[in-house]
Design a protein around this ligand. Sequence first.
Ligand SMILES: Cc1cc2nc3c(=O)[nH]c(=O)nc-3n(C[C@H](O)[C@H](O)[C@H](O)COP(=O)(O)OP(=O)(O)OC[C@H]3O[C@@H](n4cnc5c(N)ncnc54)[C@H](O)[C@@H]3O)c2cc1C
Length: 457
Amino acid sequence: MTRRRLVVVGAGITGLTAAFEWRRRRPDDEIVVLEAGDRIGGKLHRVELAGQWYDTGPEAMLARVPDAVELVEALGLGDRLVAPATTQASVVLPDGRHPLPPGTVLGVPASAEGLEGFLSADGVARVRAEADLPPVRLDGDVAVGALLRERLGDEVVDRLVEPLLGGVYAGRADELSLQATMPALAAHLPRAGSVLGAAAAARDAGIRSRGDADGPVFVTVADGIGALPAALVAASGAEVRLRTPAHGLRRTATGFELSIGSAAEPELPGADSVIVTAPAGKAARLLRDVVPGAVEPLLGIPYASMAVVAMAFPAQELAAGSGLLVPPVTGRLVKGVTVSSAKWPHLGGEALLVRSSVGRFRAESDLQRDDDELVAAVVADVADLLRLSRPEPLQTELVRWGGGLPQYLVGHPGRVAAVRAAVAGVPGLEVAGAAFDGVGVPACIRDARRAVGALLG
Ligand SMILES: Cc1cc2nc3c(=O)[nH]c(=O)nc-3n(C[C@H](O)[C@H](O)[C@H](O)COP(=O)(O)OP(=O)(O)OC[C@H]3O[C@@H](n4cnc5c(N)ncnc54)[C@H](O)[C@@H]3O)c2cc1C
């Protein structure tokens, strides 16, 4: 094998997985990861909270997309995987707190069963009445909210779907793409003819696709998902260059030349292959010369900003299950509270560990407060929502995520297809990451593996 040089742009989970997968297939190649920031991991990040490693980026990984579990096992860390002790979450609504009904697809119910109490009597009747509507006919992609409001009524959207989409995408049901955020449901719609029928089919297919149907839906890592970046760097043997944004890319006779460092005196490293995993806007800038056709669709993928506050309180009795989802109809600042001490067995120690997130797409003003003010407002909301008897925190850690989550707006699958088609015209180049086929960590890992597979054949 001739020795080749791979350059990966971005040291988030996508970029570091790509480096690791490449190393497994091409042990002798040179692998360089360029990272604009001053640490590895991108959105993966952990802090020490009351003496424990605690995630302030992703804290749970969907096990149904097997790539994350497979990666953790390939790193020799399979014994560090942890299943939740409880997944019973509740939704906070203006009329009180209600357990999340089971068996929904991202909040979309498969029947009206179990919705009494969660929705008003009229709301439940509206769900039942879907059976009397003509079959759904969709002409292309639509907003989740538009379809569900028409078929199942506003309450399903505002009380059930919005809190879940707010948690996963920090986005709004009325803007998010049905095909991109609920692909299984969208795929079953034409045959099922109804949203309830499609949700039932998607839910059942999801259960069947999990080889281990009784296994946990989510897992985490005992030392934090934030432990994975260092393990990936060590296992890949890649050279990681921090504080080194790539700001230009051009083709050469034999491969590529990147431009890094100062604009006045750039360094111009070469590469045989390049995998770009930077967020969409940065990727657009980098690809403008090599793949001009990818620029516009990439710029059509905006990002939501958010903040996570990790909190340790004195140990105390709580009855909040794994946590609370808090939709916009409540007018609250926080959009969710995870009771980590209850959710994850390894975090159930001396202190009560809780995290809460703030910030939705087009609601950036929620974050425009100084750090102390933001933490105080979140602590007050959390103490009230959890009805804490000892509300004085022992420790708090604030992490701001500017441009944290890409928004899969209506038409997203078309934008992704356009980017992929344009990039496919440039041999040796791939783009991957949260902007495309799933924001979750397992989906990013899957996309990194796809990119490596596409380049190596
Ligand atoms: C607060 C929060 C909570 C989340 N919770 C969960 C969860 O519980 N479960 C889950 O599965 N997912 C969760 N996610 C989503 C998931 O964490 C992310 O989608 C995923 O980690 C993104 O990985 P990535 O490698 O694609 O991108 P990133 O992590 O954004 O990595 C891209 C990297 O590229 C670098 N970069 C940018 N421009 C350049 C350049 N020009 N040159 C070099 N480097 C550059 C950036 O600095 C960054 O390090 C959460 C996300 C956030 C923000």
